[in-house]
Design a protein around this ligand. Structure first.
Ligand code: URA
Ligand code: SF4
Length: 213
């Protein structure tokens, strides 16, 4: 049987209890080599939820999402879009850092497999059900495909207000906006970075504009 996080996810909408339970998740093999689970964090009933891919090296060390280079870029984009990070809930599709160590020293990010994404997804579903955000921003193909379907093409839906598939029924129906991943922007050639950053800011501003309050 394919393993999944499902049996580790408690029946609760309490984010602290979910985060506590996630610390001992063994729903896939990624817990073995990572330092710790990096669960989502932020305002308990945040109107906006941001979803990345998986923790990076620094997130794995510190146990918090988006606190490394990608987090710095995200913070700058949020500031430019006039979105207050304090009012968000920020999380990842996969809660453990997946990496290789080609040279035996520095840990290099490795994209999680579809199996790992699907295994970890019950945590993300639980976060959405608990936070009940009005808007979910999916950053990058991993997050977008995890929630919108494996065939979802990120570039085809920039600037659109989308909705989650009806299955599974999460009991909530947030607006969904997809955008580039901050790490992908950092990997662009220097001369393209400003344009990609501006597009991320525009997408965040668009998402904030969908909020009722
Ligand atoms: N990239 C992500 O997707 N998430 C993080 O938390 C850090 C980098
Ligand atoms: Fe559990 Fe997700 Fe970590 Fe796999 S990556 S062990 S499913 S929390």
């Amino acid at each position: 049987m394919t393993s999944t996080a499902q049996s580790f996810v408690p029946q609760t909408h309490d984010l602290d209890q979910l985060a506590e339970a996630a610390r001992t998740c063994q729903g896939c093999d990624l817990y073995r080599d990572a330092e710790q689970t990096v669960f989502g964090e932020g305002a308990a009933h945040a109107a906006m939820m941001l979803v990345g891919e998986q923790p990076g090296d620094q997130e794995d060390r510190r146990g918090r999402p988006f606190v490394g280079p990608a987090g710095n870029l995200l913070d700058k984009a949020l500031a430019a879009a006039e979105v207050d990070r304090e009012r968000l809930y920020v999380t990842n599709t996969v809660k453990h850092f997946k990496f290789t160590r080609p040279s035996g020293t520095r840990r290099i990010h490795k994209t999680p497999s579809r199996t790992e994404v699907v295994a970890c997804r019950p945590w993300l579903f639980a976060e959405i059900t608990s936070v009940k955000p009005e808007v979910v921003v999916l950053m990058g193909a991993t997050a977008a495909q995890a929630l919108m379907g494996n065939g979802f093409r990120l570039t085809a839906h920039r600037g659109e207000e989308l909705h989650l598939p009806t299955e599974p029924d999460l009991g909530v129906d947030p607006s969904v906006v997809t955008t580039a991943h901050p790490s992908a922007i950092l990997r662009r050639p220097a001369e393209e970075r400003a344009k990609n950053f501006d597009a991320l800011v525009a997408d965040l501003r668009f998402a904030a504009g969908l909020l009722s309050g």
